[in-house]
Structure formats: structure tokens, C-alpha cells
Design a protein around this ligand. Structure first.
Ligand code: UT7
Length: 381
């Protein structure tokens, strides 16, 4: 009997701090008008020093666990798609796995730039369909603000921070993630990169002084690439799922530039009401953009059981990835803020449990030491 991979839980988190275009115009030579017209972005969320990629990922993941109503012990694998990991290693996914208490799960990070979330979703789908795993947590999380050159107006106005997560589970029920397409053209690698900090240009005073740890991008070339691959990748996923383009109920593209999205939608003949756009509020959150969009589409009732969804990502690599999903999860009974509150309560409770566990270990060790001491005493005397 064929196995199917269904999304059964979802969650998102964005840092509360907002940076508007007007705020940016005070830092670099730009205007609100330029940013809105050329990109569609009005504002973005920026992580505080304490809000790291793992923390953003964890908030989104907890919400996904809550919505899915899955015991963390039942998670088989955690994949975090990110271009801005907590460390070079260990993987951010391992930090999330540990904090969630997903003790049985394997964990790894996946780096495919802004396509990372769909790459990770495709990986989860393949592992579930092959019956290697049954429950996989997929997270897209980024703190792009940490690797931006805040004096480079060509890049610093585009990106934002955030995280989105989904729980994917195997079932015999037809539907779920029906097709996935992954693509790469490494010849365009230098069009969008962070050159420093890897084996080619290890971190040192020179790489810092020459700003090699910041995002470098040829915006025009990436734009040309994106407008070419977005529609093409969407068509391939639709074909592979056995659908026609007019069967798409909601198109969830990577949120980089509204002009790129409009161009793809026009080429695919998808009307605006079937295209989800929220980049005006978040900017480009890279691997987090599609799962954040998914959560908002669900929260605003744009996705219903039976809806046909198409997701397309593109980005550094250069990479692209798409998938077609027959949505099967029931609409969430509890509104998002309540889910988040429950998720926070669980977080506090797991902290208390962990503290209790540590305390009991200390008491246990102290008691054992005392008993050892008492037992040894007669022979010593
Ligand atoms: O997830 C993948 C990540 N990357 C992308 O998706 C980026 C794709 N590319 C784009 O979205 C667009 O190429 C940009 C938004 C980055 C740039 O828009 P554009 O219409 O391609 O502008 P441009 O690069 O052709 O620049 C036009 C002008 C230039 O001035 P000159 O040379 O014509 O005098 C730029 O220097 O706009 C100037 N410019 C700015 N002006 C005000 C570039 N950035 C800014 C800015 N404010 N922030």
C-alpha cells in the first residue's frame, strides 16, 4: 500500500522588533518609495541579540508540535533549513531536537538558501514514503539580519528574520505532498553568497575588514534567474502531481520580491486572489518565508481541507524547489494566539521538569555519597 506524507501541524515565529523602510532611510541612502516600488516590502522583523536562529526555530517548532498534537518522543527526525545557523556546527537542528525533548529523533541542517524549506519538505516526504521514518519536523529559520552589511542599500533593505515549521506524518490516506521538484545551477553560485568563514576564506582579520562575512548579491541576475525558474518549477510540480494549472487553489511562492511573484503568476495564469503574498510585512526571510506564508494562509482561512497548494522556492546555490500539496489537515480548532500560549506553557513546564530532573540527580548523587560514606565508616574505624 503506498504511503503518503501529510502536513499535520504548523507554526511560525517572528521577532517582535520591526524595522520600517522609513527607519532604513535614516541609515542608508534609500527611500520608502524605492523599496516599495522595486520590491513590495514595507517593513521587516529583526531579531534581538538574544533571539538566535535556534530560538526562532524552537518557537515555531513548538507551535507545530502543539497543532499536530504529537508527543516529541514520537518525532523521528528534525530537519532545519537555514543559511544562518546558530553555529558552523553543531547543527541548529540538534539544538532544536534537544530543546523539544525529541529524544528519539535524528537531526540535521539543510542548506539550500531560500529554497531550503521546500528542499527539506521534499526530503521529509521521501523518507516518509520509503517508510524509513513516519514523523518528521521540518523547520525553516533565519536571522539574516546577522549577516547583512547594513551600509549596503542593495541588500540590507531586502531581508528579515523569522521561522516557520511543519510536522509531516506518514499515512495510507491519499493526499498530502504529492510531488516535489529540486533543482540547482551551481554555475550561478557567486551571484548570491557569503564568501567568508568557510574553507576557502577562513575567518580572520582580513575577511572581517573586507566584509566577506556579509551577503553579496548581484540583484539583477538573481532577479532574471528567479523570474525564469519560478513559473517553470511550479509547472513541473503541477505536471508531476497530475494536475492542470487551473486546479491550483493557492500559490505559495518564496517571498522575495512582489515583481518576481507577479511575473510568475502571470506566466502561470494564476489570478491574484490565488497568490499568497505577505512580504510587505516580513521582507525576504529566506528559508522561513514559505512556512510563514503557509501559517498565515491557514490562519486567514485561505486553505481548506481539499485545497490544492503549490509552493516554489528559489535562492542561493543557485537552487530552486517546488511541490504540490493536496491539503488534508482539518482547520485548526484553536486560534493561533491560544496555540502559542499553550506552546509557551509547555515550554515552561518542560523547563520545570528538566530542572526537577537535574535536582533529583543532584539529590540522588548526594544521598549515594552519604550512604557510601556511612557504609565505608566501620571498616575505616
Ligand atoms: O531569495 C533570493 C534573494 N534575492 C532576490 O530575490 C533578489 C532578486 N532581485 C531583486 O529583487 C531586485 O533586483 C532588487 C530589488 C535587488 C533591485 O531592483 P532592480 O529593479 O533590479 O534595481 P537595480 O539593481 O537595477 O538598481 C536600480 C538602481 C541602481 O541605481 P543606478 O545604477 O540605476 O543609478 C541602484 O544603485 O537602484 C539603485 N538602488 C537603490 N536605490 C535606492 C539599489 N538599491 C537601492 C535602494 N534604494 N535600496
Amino acid at each position: 500500500m503506498p504511503r503518503y506524507a501529510h502536513i499535520i501541524g504548523w507554526g511560525k515565529y517572528v521577532p517582535p522588533n520591526i524595522l520600517t523602510n522609513a527607519d532604513l532611510a535614516k541609515k542608508v541612502d534609500t527611500t520608502d518609495e524605492w523599496i516599495r516600488e522595486r520590491t513590495g516590502i514595507h517593513q521587516r522583523h529583526i531579531a534581538s541579540a538574544k533571539e538566535t536562529t535556534a530560538l526562532l526555530a524552537l518557537h515555531a517548532a513548538r507551535e507545530a508540535v502543539e497543532v499536530a498534537d504529537v508527543n516529541p518522543q514520537d518525532i523521528d527526525l528534525v530537519i532545519v533549513a537555514t543559511a544562518t545557523p546558530e553555529y558552523l556546527f553543531p547543527a541548529t537542528a540538534c539544538l532544536v531536537q534537544n530543546a523539544l525533548g525529541a529524544e528519539r529523533a535524528g537531526a540535521f541542517d539543510l542548506e539550500a538558501g531560500c529554497s531550503g524549506f521546500v528542499y527539506a519538505l521534499a526530503t521529509a516526504t521521501a523518507l516518509i514514503r520509503s517508510e524509513m521514518y513516519n514523523t518528521v519536523l521540518v523547520v525553516g529559520a533565519e536571522t539574516l539580519s546577522r549577516i547583512l552589511d547594513w551600509s549596503d542599500r542593495a541588500t540590507c533593505v531586502l531581508f528579515g528574520d523569522g521561522a516557520g515549521a511543519v510536522m509531516v506524518r506518514g499515512s495510507d490516506q491519499p493526499g498530502g505532498i504529492l510531488s516535489t521538484i529540486l533543482g540547482s545551477d551551481g554555475s550561478g553560485g557567486e551571484l548570491l553568497m557569503v564568501p567568508g568563514g568557510g574553507s576557502k576564506h577562513p575567518a580572520g582579520p582580513d575577511t572581517v575588514l573586507s566584509k566577506q562575512h556579509f551577503v553579496k548579491m548581484n540583484g539583477r541576475e538573481v532577479y532574471r534567474f528567479a523570474t525564469r525558474v519560478m513559473a517553470q518549477a511550479a509547472r513541473q510540480a503541477v505536471d508531476k502531481a497530475g494536475w492542470q494549472l487551473d486546479q491550483i487553489d493557492l500559490f505559495l511562492p518564496h517571498q522575495a520580491n512582489v515583481r518576481i511573484i507577479d511575473s510568475a503568476a502571470k506566466s502561470l495564469k494564476i489570478p491574484p486572489e490565488k497568490v499568497f503574498v505577505n512580504l510587505e510585512r516580513y521582507g525576504n526571510t529566506s528559508a522561513a518565508s514559505i512556512p510563514i506564508a503557509l501559517c498565515e494562509a491557514l490562519d486567514t482561512g485561505k486553505i481548506k481541507p481539499g485545497s490544492n497548494l503549490v509552493m516554489v522556492g528559489f535562492g542561493a546555490g543557485l537552487t530552486w524547489a517546488s511541490c504540490a500539496i493536496k491539503w488534508t489537515a482539518p482547520q485548526p480548532g484553536t486560534p493561533a494566539p491560544q496555540r502559542a500560549a499553550v506552546s509557551r506553557l509547555r515550554y515552561i513546564w518542560s523547563g520545570i521538569k528538566s530542572f526537577g530532573f537535574q535536582l533529583s540527580r543532584h539529590i540522588d548523587a548526594a544521598v549515594s555519597k552519604t550512604i557510601d560514606g556511612i557504609e565505608r565508616k566501620p571498616s575505616e574505624e
